[in-house]
Design a protein around this ligand. Structure first.
Ligand code: SF4
Ligand code: SF4
Length: 466
């Protein structure tokens, strides 16, 4: 049974053959705004690892040292709660913006669209010309001119892919690491491998896979239908106004003159006039294309426009719906929680941990001893010195083999400490330790003090703990 028109993928031809697209570049208010926004995002992505904010890279995920730098904010591995806030914000932003604005992410912010539509296709057009010229070149036999153009284009793509890969790797090993890896690729084998693989993947995408990422590979395109409803904003053709298609001078025809410009500019090769389709990445090109035709005809813009299914069916454009309000409330709650957590964030964090080994030792003098480890995270940008003293119990003492506990800026120090009670009669109890910093910082931390189980005569055992 032949497939209905909308059941076929436009880029798959006879026998599964790939149909290559040659979208026409169009300019208009939406494409211009989208291009500027895409360049802003691209610049932010490229620049972030290379500039400093607060003495650190603006963005860096320093996995070996378990620290993340986010535009002046330094997060340690123990700050996973902040990452949860960020992750939650991202998820609910996707929910909110998709329910409200449909596939706005795909058209305006997705790296695939930003790279392909904002950089790669313009480079291609610059070197190989308009769609008809590009198609002719692809079908032409190999000549010196064709080799030159294709070689130049591949070189330009490689420069872009290399710049993106270098930047992505710099997010993890920093700019110094990148310089070292460039001078000696074997000095950072993992980073070098990621750079090579990522560059290869990007080249595969730029040179061949292209719109197939959106059409067949990206899960978000399928996921969006769950998040959207008939009131979500989408790009659609106003069939009521446009049909029946016909010549501009035909008074019985609708506003669509069947010029197919909206189809020619579509980077996924679809015809928006067939209705909302999964392949549509809401890139806005068809809006600007159709508006340019309407302008020439002296007709009102918006035959293809941002609207909603319900609005097209004669209803109202209803952006504020219960689910949108709910997502917005959750997002505001997450944002408020994040801001509060940041405000309450301590510049120094302390924790007491128990290293592996004997939980307690009965010393020759009869005193009971627990070996512990005091962990101090200095989240400030200055070196700090700390001292530790016992608050309780009254008969407890603390001995720090490294009395002068210094922690460098943005570093975590681990210091062995001995907690001692005078008698092996002691039962398990809690030590409260006060930690004072040279900058006036003071806080307490608890440590469970372990003791041997009582012997049958009610006295504590005297052997080393196991
Ligand atoms: S139908 Fe329009 S908005 Fe959708 S991908 Fe094609 S050109 Fe972009
Ligand atoms: S660009 Fe506008 S007028 Fe031309 S075919 Fe598309 S919808 Fe019709």
């Amino acid at each position: 049974m032949p497939l209905a028109e909308n059941d076929t993928v436009t880029t798959i031809g006879e026998g599964g053959r790939r149909v290559w697209l040659y979208p026409l570049k169009v300019w208009g208010r939406f494409v211009t705004a989208r291009t500027l926004f895409g360049w802003f995002l691209f610049a932010a992505l490229l620049v972030a690892p290379w500039i400093d904010v607060g003495g650190h890279p603006a963005m860096m995920f320093d996995i070996p040292h378990r620290r993340f730098y986010l535009w002046g904010l330094t997060l340690f591995a123990t700050d996973a709660n902040y990452l949860l806030f960020l992750f939650g914000s991202f998820i609910f932003s996707v929910f909110l913006f998709t329910a409200l604005l449909g596939r706005v992410w795909c058209g305006w912010a997705c790296p695939q669209t930003v790279f392909l539509e904002g950089i790669i296709r313009p480079i291609e057009q610059l070197i190989e010309g308009k769609p008809s010229q590009r198609k002719k070149l692809d079908n032409a036999p190999w000549t010196v001119g064709k080799v030159w153009k294709k070689g130049l284009k591949l070189t330009a793509f490689l420069v872009v892919a290399g710049a993106i890969s270098t930047t992505v790797v710099a997010y993890f090993i920093g700019r110094e690491g990148i310089f070292e890896a460039q001078a000696d690729p074997f000095s950072h084998p993992a980073a070098t491998s990621i750079f090579i693989v990522l560059t290869a993947v990007l080249m595969f995408d730029f040179t061949w896979f292209r719109e197939q990422v959106c059409i067949v590979a990206c899960p978000y395109g399928r996921f969006q239908s769950v998040l959207m409803d008939a009131d979500s904003l989408t790009i659609a053709y106003d069939a009521e106004r446009g049909e029946p298609r016909g010549k501009a001078r035909d008074p019985s025809a609708g506003d669509c003159v069947d010029c197919k410009k909206c189809v020619q500019v579509c980077p996924t090769g679809i015809d928006i006039r067939k209705g909302v389709q999964m392949e549509c990445i809401n890139c806005t090109a068809c809006i600007d294309a159709c508006d340019s035709i309407m302008d020439k005809l002296g007709r009102e813009r918006g035959l293809v426009r941002y609207t909603s299914e319900n609005a097209l069916a004669g209803g109202k454009l209803r952006l504020l719906r219960p689910r949108v309000v709910l997502y917005a409330i959750v997002l505001v709650a997450i944002g408020t929680g994040f801001a509060t957590a940041l405000t309450l964030r301590q510049p120094v964090e302390i924790a007491m941990t128990r290293p592996p080994g004997d939980p307690f030792v009965v010393r020759p003098d009869g005193q009971l001893q627990n070996m512990m480890r005091l962990r101090i995270a200095n989240k400030t940008d200055a070196p700090r010195r700390f001292t530790a003293t016992v608050v309780s119990p009254a008969d407890g003492t603390l001995h720090a083999p490294i009395a002068d506990m210094r922690v460098a800026p943005q570093q975590v120090g681990q210091f062995p400490v001995l907690l001692i009670r005078p008698s092996a009669e002691a039962r398990a109890t809690k030590f409260v330790i006060r930690v004072d910093g040279d900058d006036g910082y003071t806080d307490t931390v608890d440590a469970v003090f372990l003791a041997p189980p009582p012997s049958s005569d009610g006295k504590a055992g005297s052997d080393e703990g196991r």
